[in-house]
Design a protein around this ligand. Structure first.
Ligand code: PMP
Length: 446
């Protein structure tokens, strides 16, 4: 494949943008990323005219790939033609809030913001204000955006900021436990229960190779938070309206969190975030309450139209069925390939998300090498061997994945997430042919 134009663009970008990109992961591809010219259904075409089957899909905000259903596109265009935004409320914000509260039982009230990061920042502030406590428990390897409270490394109460520029004292208020470890969850509440404002958790770790919860884990978090007067925050920025259909992952797992953070899909491909929950909590935000929260672009009418119409369309058509069906076929096909050619690797994911994890350097929790073919379903005979937390995933051959695998797949015209950790997304625009071609490429690459 010829990448001359992408290389030239990257050269120019490096002179005027840090690392040549506006979000770090985009530069993970060496020696330079390809620049996208345009999308076409389930595909993207780069600046040199090369076509790829796209499983990155904007890293999560696109339910329909790159071709919007006609009613969605019309709604967006008509909002744009009415003037982009006003600094005054609009009806479309109310309609979107009504849609979300109607479909997600734990959400009675919602504040729209402009990114997942903004949502998790405000959720932490709200939880601290509502409980009068400072500590937030997060999962090791969980990702909640580029924000001070959750950018930590280390474990338990021995954590440090994971980025320069964050005061050490901030990390004193963050506790990090391994996902799926009930004992650690009990311990952290025994030791710090009175100071814990909230547990913030992705219902499925979707930024760490995809790790699904073991049976009972979220119930344990729910019980522990409830018993100690802390809040449970589900960060559904990735899972919201993708996993568990319109009821989100919390519907799938049967858990009512106190606060939910949303992003990605609720904006239909435009910048968005949201914090939802019981009215008595969410109404503690200004102006009904005292927890300061504001944003020039919040509830942006174009974003609201894109998000609402995308979700409405999904409510009225078999969008999730199509996505989950293709996802299942993709994972089943991958499991067969992996079992045959690379049994030490693991196929992870559920519904419309998937990932092949290079679990060759198996951590102790594997009790030997994974035999492959496990999709982290409890009914899978190899479930025991699947990665259960971030450390299991990180112990895999992440560097090999990046150097060998991404490059091989991309050469064959398949665009995968730029590192071993980010989820890959099936959309309504993907087809049987995309799945078949992708499986064939995996076969070659492996
Ligand atoms: N939470 C989760 C679970 C995420 O996956 C992300 C982004 N991938 C964020 C928060 C941050 O969202 P944003 O990038 O829109 O700020």
């Amino acid at each position: 494949m010829n990448h001359d134009r992408s290389r030239d663009l990257y050269d120019r970008a490096l002179s005027v943008m840090p690392g040549g990109v506006n979000s770090s992961v985009r530069a993970a591809i060496e020696p330079y990323p390809f620049f996208v010219e345009r999308g076409d259904g389930g595909h993207v075409i780069d600046a040199d005219g090369n076509r790829y089957i796209d499983w990155v899909m904007g890293l999560g905000p696109l339910l329909y790939g790159h071709d919007l259903p006609q009613p969605v596109e019309s709604a967006i265009q008509s909002r744009v033609s009415e003037g982009p935004m006003f600094g005054a409320p609009t009806e479309i914000e109310v309609e979107h809030a009504e849609f979300v509260t109607r479909h997600v039982p734990s959400v009675e009230s919602i504040r729209f913001v402009n990114s997942g990061t903004e949502a998790t920042v405000s959720a932490c502030r709200l939880a601290r204000a509502a409980t009068g406590r400072d500590k937030i428990v997060v999962m090791q390897g969980g990702y909640h955006g580029a924000q001070e409270t959750t950018l930590v490394e280390g474990e338990y109460d021995d954590v440090e900021p994971s980025s320069p520029g964050i005061p050490e004292s901030f990390a004193e208020h963050t506790l990090a436990v391994p996902f799926n470890d009930e004992e650690a969850a009990h311990r952290v509440f025994e030791d710090h229960g009175e100071d814990i404002a909230a547990v913030m958790v992705e219902p499925i770790l979707a930024n760490m190779g995809i790790v699904t919860p073991v049976d009972g884990y979220h119930e344990t978090l729910r019980d522990l938070t409830e018993d100690s007067g802390a809040l449970l925050i589900f960060d559904e920025v990735i899972t919201g309206f993708r996993i568990g259909g319109l009821q989100c992952a919390q519907g799938k797992f049967g858990i009512d969190p106190d606060i939910t953070t949303f992003g990605k899909l609720i904006g239909g491909g435009f910048p968005v975030g949201a914090i939802g929950g019981r009215s008595e909590l969410i109404e503690q935000f200004t102006p009904s309450g005292e927890v300061f929260q504001a944003g020039t672009f919040s509830g942006h009418p174009v974003t609201m139209a894109a998000g609402l119409e995308s979700l409405r369309y999904a409510a009225e058509h078999d969008v999730h069925d199509h996505i989950n069906d293709l996802g299942e076929r993709l994972r089943t096909g991958l499991q067969e390939i992996v079992a045959d050619q690379a049994p030490e690797y693991t196929v992870a994911g559920t519904e419309g998300i998937f990932k092949v994890l290079f679990t060759r350097d198996a951590p102790e929790t594997f009790e030997g090498h994974c035999e492959g073919g496990c999709s982290q379903r409890p009914d899978c005979p190899r479930f025991e061997h699947c990665p259960k937390n971030a450390a299991d995933v990180a112990a895999g051959q992440t560097d090999r994945w990046r150097r060998v695998f991404w490059e091989e797949m991309s050469e064959q015209g398949v665009f995968l997430a730029q590192n071993q950790y980010e989820s890959q997304f099936v959309t309504h625009a993907h087809t049987d042919d995309d799945v078949e071609e992708t499986l064939e490429a995996y076969k070659q690459a492996l």
